[in-house]
Design a protein around this ligand. Structure first.
Ligand SMILES: [Zn+2]
Ligand SMILES: [Zn+2]
Length: 266
């Protein structure tokens, strides 16, 4: 099995902790063949970490790691853009500045600097909230440049953490299909975010049913990532994530070099 982890954060992310070289060492220990380091770049002016990252330094560190691990581990230079449709020009300038291998497009925030994860779900109607989250994903899918869309069921992680509820996702089938079709038409993919396997939600984001739906819609591009913020989570759930991908009917996984998709048999 080709073990890859295509979503992780180093010490350069506001919520990350680890040195890039330590991440690579851990990945090798875990038997991973390839990783993408995807520190945050979020698009809200008033968000506490929005402008604090030092991308020159991150990418210089990744270049050093690429060389140091040549022949043992493929290290890809990535980013996780947060709601790039909220600052379209800035996100385009960022992508034009750095020669990246891989770009995740995610939504963490809807209309303000408050992360969806910080909502009090007792006071929210999840149907209304998730429909507006999907609207935001659809807007990003139409307007923005990225390779795969990150954790499309992100609010469910926090809903489950707070209230131990997982809604009937059939309620959202129509807008999710619409989202998938736009992604497919534009040559983008989705990620299976395996971090849910080590969080209380206990399943990937999206889960197997929604990955099957993606396949039924004609989806081909799919990555797996653990969204690790600590060394102990690097690659820790990739096998479970790859099982979801396989169970949905895929026999390959997507990796990227210079933003070009490659397909590896799993
Ligand atoms: Zn994210
Ligand atoms: Zn992340």
């Amino acid at each position: 099995m080709y073990l890859v982890d295509y979503h992780m954060h180093s010490k350069y992310s506001f919520d990350g902790h680890e040195e890039i070289m330590d991440i690579c060492e851990e990945a090798v220990k875990r038997g991973l063949k390839e990783i993408a380091i995807t520190d945050h770049y979020d698009m809200f002016e008033d968000k506490k970490y929005a402008r604090s990252l030092k991308y020159e330094q991150i990418y210089a560190d990744i270049e050093r790691a690429k060389k140091a691990y040549e022949g043992r581990l493929i290290v890809r230079k990535g980013v996780e853009l947060g709601q790039p449709h909220k600052s379209l020009r800035e996100s385009q300038e960022f992508l034009a500045t750095y020669d990246l291998d891989f770009v995740i497009g995610s939504v963490h925030n809807l209309e303000d600097a408050l992360d969806v994860g910080d909502y009090n779900f007792k006071t929210k109607d999840i149907n209304t909230l998730y429909l507006s989250y999907l609207d935001s994903l659809i807007e990003m899918a139409i307007k923005c440049d990225f390779d795969v869309m990150g954790h499309i069921t992100y609010p469910m992680r926090y809903l489950y953490e707070q209230l131990q509820i997982y809604p009937n996702m059939n309620l959202f089938k129509e807008p999710i299909e619409r989202l998938y079709k736009i992604l497919i038409e534009r040559g983008r993919g989705i990620e299976v975010n395996a971090s849910g396997f080590f969080q209380t939600i206990g399943r990937s984001m999206p889960d197997l049913d929604l990955v099957k739906l993606y396949k039924q819609c004609g989806g081909e591009i799919i990555t797996v990532g653990c969204d690790a913020h600590y060394l102990r989570h690097i690659g820790c759930a990739v096998k479970l994530g790859l099982d979801v991908v396989k169970s949905a009917g895929f026999d390959y996984i997507t990796t990227y070099e210079h933003r070009q998709p490659q397909f590896k048999r799993i």
